[in-house]
Design a protein around this ligand. Structure first.
Ligand code: ZN
Length: 70
């Protein structure tokens, strides 16, 4: 199944951007604390329109919005 236009756009956004309206949170926010690295958080989302799954991360070394292709 192909992803919807909103999800295509979501993948280009930065970590401070909000999820689009059809994205629902999946599970709880994950908080990572490294000894040397700064703390960061991840949150999974799934689209109600096209069922695409995203992980939002504010880790500087990761993509802000990672789309998981099924
Ligand atoms: Zn979608």
């Amino acid at each position: 199944m192909s992803i919807c236009e909103q999800c295509k756009e979501q993948g280009k956004k930065n970590s401070r951007s909000k999820p689009h309206e059809q994205l629902s949170k999946v599970g709880e926010q994950r908080i990572f604390k490294g000894v040397k690295s700064r703390r960061f958080e991840e949150q999974d989302y799934q689209c109600q329109t096209c069922a695409a799954k995203f992980t939002q991360s504010n880790n500087k070394n990761d993509l802000a919005w990672t789309l998981w292709q099924s």
